[in-house]
Design a protein around this ligand. Structure first.
Ligand SMILES: Nc1ncnc2c1ncn2[C@@H]1O[C@H](COP(=O)(O)OP(=O)(O)OP(=O)(O)O)[C@@H](O)[C@H]1O
Length: 308
């Protein structure tokens, strides 16, 4: 079942088109990542989905409902964690959760929400004394209070230390396992890679790549790089390199292991060492950087790339 549908979404701020013809859908219980550089239009898309702003064109649906027209119903089913939460600084963490519980029908018990967000030890701490990462955890505790069917998470782990980040990933995974649909934006590509089954990369308000995480990465090239030994020229290598950067030969190949084996055999037969040898399968980071470079080369960015 489709839980979130975005079809041909456009959103302008005055003359500026922050989101231009964006389409994607998220199935129930799926974690979907929206990726992109600063200003790509991710938060704007999330805000429209959460009913904070109406689309200028296109259709958005959350659980089959219109987030603007059916605002109350959509809000009841959604947990939202945006980038800037407005807390009361003099309330404690526990008091903040209690205050929010008053607005929610059938809320989680306070201690359960604090436990899930890893904030039990901070229950008595005033919000003003929380670190940035702890405030994000409080955001998360509030977003999951209503046991939402759909969670919108805008950069949920920004400012968190590695342990808190991992705990948050566990919470998100558990919730998705229980059927919660999660749409998250993140700048941490590892986060997207670990959590999301599908993703869309946005740039300048458009989707420039989208698809299943595993299929997308499988379709990408890996990388092999090493320093050219001694007086060896690129022409002498058994495989022509994709590029030579200074004295570093770089290969972008579908099977980096095979290329590395060929190169190592060749070097071994000649008693040469491949210093600084680096063999990497494709990562989301490579894809992201490639797309960003493309987008810089073609600012009009006309053709979205369907990679899976
Ligand atoms: N209220 C607003 N008025 C005018 N322009 C805005 C407004 N909100 C956002 N924008 C612009 O719209 C574009 C998209 O912003 P948005 O916050 O959606 O990007 P983002 O992908 O979430 O970026 P980030 O990763 O930095 O959070 C940016 O160029 C931003 O400056």
């Amino acid at each position: 079942m489709t839980a979130i549908l975005v079809d041909g979404l456009r959103k302008h701020y005055g003359d500026f088109a922050a989101v231009r013809d964006v389409s994607f859908d998220v199935s129930q219980g799926e974690v979907f990542a929206l990726l992109g550089r600063n200003g790509a239009g991710k938060t704007t898309t999330l805000e429209v989905l959460a009913g904070f702003a109406a689309p200028d064109a296109g259709t958005v649906r959350v659980l089959g409902l219109d987030p603007v027209k059916d605002r109350t119903e959509v809000r009841r089913s959604c947990g939202i964690m945006l980038q800037e939460a407005g807390f009361f600084p003099d309330l404690t963490v526990a008091q903040t959760v209690d205050a929010w519980r008053d607005f929610v029908a059938a809320p989680r018990p306070r201690d359960e929400a604090l436990e899930m967000a890893g904030l039990t030890a901070k229950a008595g701490t005033k919000v003003r004394q929380l670190s940035g990462g702890e405030k994000r955890r409080l955001d998360l505790a509030l977003a999951i209070l209503s046991r939402p069917d759909v969670l919108f998470l805008d950069e949920p782990t920004t400012g968190m230390d590695p342990e808190a980040r991992r705990n948050t990933w566990d919470v998100i995974r558990d919730l998705a396992g229980q059927g919660t649909t999660v749409l998250l934006t993140t700048h941490y590509l590892e986060e997207a890679q670990r959590l999301a089954s599908r993703m869309a990369i946005m740039d300048h308000g458009e989707v420039v790549a989208s698809g299943g995480m595993a299929e997308t990465l499988a379709a990408q090239t890996g990388r092999v790089a090493f320093e050219l030994p001694g007086a060896v020229t690129p022409e002498e290598l058994p495989l022509p390199p994709s590029s030579v950067e200074g004295r570093t030969a770089v290969y972008r190949v579908a099977d980096p292991d095979l290329a590395a084996r060929t190169l190592l055999n060749w070097a071994g037969e000649r008693g040469l060492r491949l210093h600084g040898l680096e063999v990497r399968t494709a990562s989301l980071e490579d894809l992201f950087l490639d797309l960003a470079a493309d987008a810089d080369g073609h600012p009009e960015n006309e053709h979205a790339k369907e990679v899976a």
